[in-house]
Design a protein around this ligand. Sequence first.
Ligand code: HEM
Length: 359
Amino acid sequence: IFAFHEQEVGPVRFAEPFGGWVATRYSDVDRVLTDHAVFSSDELRHSTQPVPHGSNPLMNSLLATDPPRHHVLRRIVSQVFTPRAVASLEPVITAKVHALLDAAGPDFDLIGEVAYPLSVHTIAGLLGVRSSRWPDFVRWTEAITSFFGTFTADEARRTAFDRALAEMSAFFREESERPSGIIATLMASDLTEDEVLGFCALLLINGHETTKSLLVNSVLCLASRPKPADLRRAVEEVLRYLPPTGGTDRFVTRPTTLGGRELQPGQRVVAMITAANRDPEVFADPHTFDPDRAANPHLSFGHGVHFCLGAHLARMEVRIALAALLERSRRITDLDTHRTPVGIDVVKLALGAATSVAG
Ligand code: HEM
């Protein structure tokens, strides 16, 4: 998916590596996301291709079902993620951010010492599971998402995926012996054990990796710039400019036309969020990062029935962490990033000299 990051916005085209169509224009991506009757999320039911990650609890999760089942599943947990419920977490998250920054000292690794622990701790708290095993959460997530990102079965990845899923399931089974938080809510519903596991895995995976990326991307985008006038607006622009989720798949349920192309049932369509967010038809000067951008209808949290359940939570976590960083450093400057072939692995931040500004 990330191979398309730099791709120009243009007509819908067929991409061999995906064995499917790729939509890049904002209007096409938006239609794929919102027209769930034609563009299904239920790969098992609607894909005509073999599904390498077929039989696992995630394939029955919220993210992979269509209405009306989707609505039933989403309603079980939606109360936990409303703006009001999320706002009530603000003091706890603020305290956590400051505790992490205090422990990190003036020179620290943003990803390992703040971004991961913050996002994992928050979602683990809501789920009602211990966060002490967070390095395992990160490893499981990596193994699971990298396997989901492939379109052909690869033995080594499949083994890592199977192992991660087994370990994660054992962890949730153990935790469910003393149920609290979302696990308790799920167990009180009429979901099967597999469905509860899939739900927990979905929330754990979606709930931390992307939020970690948004915080890191925000620091990278805001580094060496003056403090943004409006942090909420700046975070929306980071979401638009560097979306943590590059794209998402759908499966055609009936013959349809998209961007002038004829699509057939069973075909995969990749909705490229990265490209839609830079469509010049919708965003003026789309390749410029503008923290003051006013109208910003980016698609980084999706759109329609699958709109990100954790959007308010992710926005708040990142805004609180950024505010704390800026409070302690006036400007984010001393950045040292180590690039690996697949991206940025380490972001070193030094808040040294500027800490005294905040006293
Ligand atoms: C759905 C992105 C944080 C839970 C989605 C979708 C996107 C997305 C693009 C739609 C996928 C689709 O339509 O196929 C993000 C980004 C985040 C973030 C960029 C952080 C910056 C979170 C958090 C949670 C979460 C903190 C924790 C609860 C979910 C769930 C869904 C979802 C459960 C599925 C919703 C449904 O199918 O109804 N997210 N997400 N996400 N997200 Fe997030």
